[in-house]
Write a protein that binds this ligand. Structure first.
Ligand code: DP6
Length: 365
């Protein structure tokens, strides 16, 4: 900052970014390092369309701010947690000299250590209901801060490792299309980052349908569920060591070859195994409910019926179904079937459907 601007104390410099959520088709479940958020297996995800499922975050900096503060969906939340602090520290330490073109203010790189931030974030979908809200939230926070401090290009690869320290799955939301999170080998986590396998254009026909079974906050957070599974489930360790490495190779091949039948089969079995691991934990963890199970049944029947093209289902740490279809036409036909068996208005067990595409990271302003 120049002396003149230090005296004025009236400027506010802000940036807004948007990041979509992502849905894992090979799940991340279990950490080898809780502090750095290092996983016990690789995972693969599809990044969704930001128009339907995304976080939008505005970050502002001003000499008139007396502390770092954050609002999530209009309510103030604490920034005291280690995860937020780790992200803020890592980004601040990389900040560069920035000139706010509107006011002509120069913010020098050392100023990022002392200037306070105000952060306002908004999700356009239910928070903590198993729709990976933390993934979009932390990816968006890290990306918005990186833009504010002009480091989004220079440190592109490292941003994924920083977002990972906010929430593991967030590292994948920094890329659009099909993304792999390499678990990495290094103890400091520097190689535990996401890489883009293919852009959304690679498989444009793919359609994602989200059936919002419940938008209530889940009882067991992913973080707690994962910890309990690592401590008590034998199946989890078998899954991480024996099963996932093979599935990762097969899934990469399926994506590269547009092989939807394999993509769908691996997605479904991986979701089912993840929920089996949760059931294998002691005490068992239930993320799906009766409606989720009935949706699985309905889709399994659809897939077995000759003549209907395959579709896939997957469930994260919650009861909502994420269904993938090979085209809009198939998604439309399936939606008709689902609406018949699970009408959102009358049954109350299912609140809405959202149709989306795979997508790129969105930027506003
Ligand atoms: C089931 O990334 O929310 O969605 O790293 O503890 O914040 P933390 O967990 P989080 O877990 C996501 C788990 C999952 C599977 C996945 O997205 O890969």
């Amino acid at each position: 900052m120049s002396g003149e601007q230090r005296e004025l104390n009236s400027w506010v410099f802000m940036v807004t970014a948007r990041a979509p959520t992502n849905i894992a088709v090979i799940k991340y479940w279990g950490k080898r390092d809780e502090k750095l958020i290092l996983p016990i297996n690789d995972s693969i995800s599809v990044t969704l369309d930001p128009d339907h499922l995304s976080a939008t975050t505005t970050v502002a900096v001003s000499p008139s701010f007396s502390s770092d503060r954050m609002w999530l969906n209009g309510k103030e939340v604490s920034l005291g947690g280690e995860r937020y602090q780790n992200c803020l520290r890592e980004i601040r330490s990389r900040g560069r000299d920035v000139v706010d073109e509107k006011s002509g203010t120069l913010i020098k790189k050392e100023d990022w250590q002392t200037l306070h931030l105000h952060i306002a974030s908004h999700n356009n979908f239910p928070t903590a209901a198993g729709l990976a809200s933390s993934a979009a939230g932390f990816a968006c926070l890290v990306y918005a801060l990186a833009k504010l401090m002009d480091i989004e290009e220079r440190y592109a690869g490292e941003l994924s490792a920083i977002a990972r320290q906010g929430s593991g799955s967030a590292c994948r939301s920094l890329y659009g299309g099909f993304v792999k999170w390499d678990m990495g080998k290094e103890r400091d986590g520097s190689d535990s980052i996401a890489v883009q396998l293919a852009t959304e254009e690679h498989w444009e026909e793919l359609v994602i349908l989200v059936a919002v079974v419940s938008s209530r906050q889940k009882e067991t957070s992913s973080t707690t569920g994962m910890r309990e599974s690592v401590e008590t489930s034998e199946l989890l360790h078998h899954r991480a060591q024996e099963v996932v490495p093979k599935r990762i190779v097969q899934m990469q091949e399926a994506i590269a070859n547009h092989d939807f039948a394999s993509f769908a089969r691996i997605t479904c079995v991986d979701s089912n195994q993840f929920h089996a691991v949760c059931l294998d934990a002691s005490p068992p963890i239930f993320y799906m409910n009766d409606t989720s199970h009935r949706i699985i049944n309905c889709i399994e029947k659809w897939n077995r019926f000759e003549g209907t093209p395959q579709v896939s289902y997957t469930f994260d740490a919650g009861p909502n179904a994420v269904i993938c279809a090979p085209s809009r036409k198939v998604a439309g036909l399936l939606l008709q079937r689902l609406l018949y068996y699970f009408p959102p208005d009358s049954s109350k067990e299912l609140s809405s459907y959202v149709i989306g595409d795979t997508s790129i990271l969105g930027e506003i302003g």
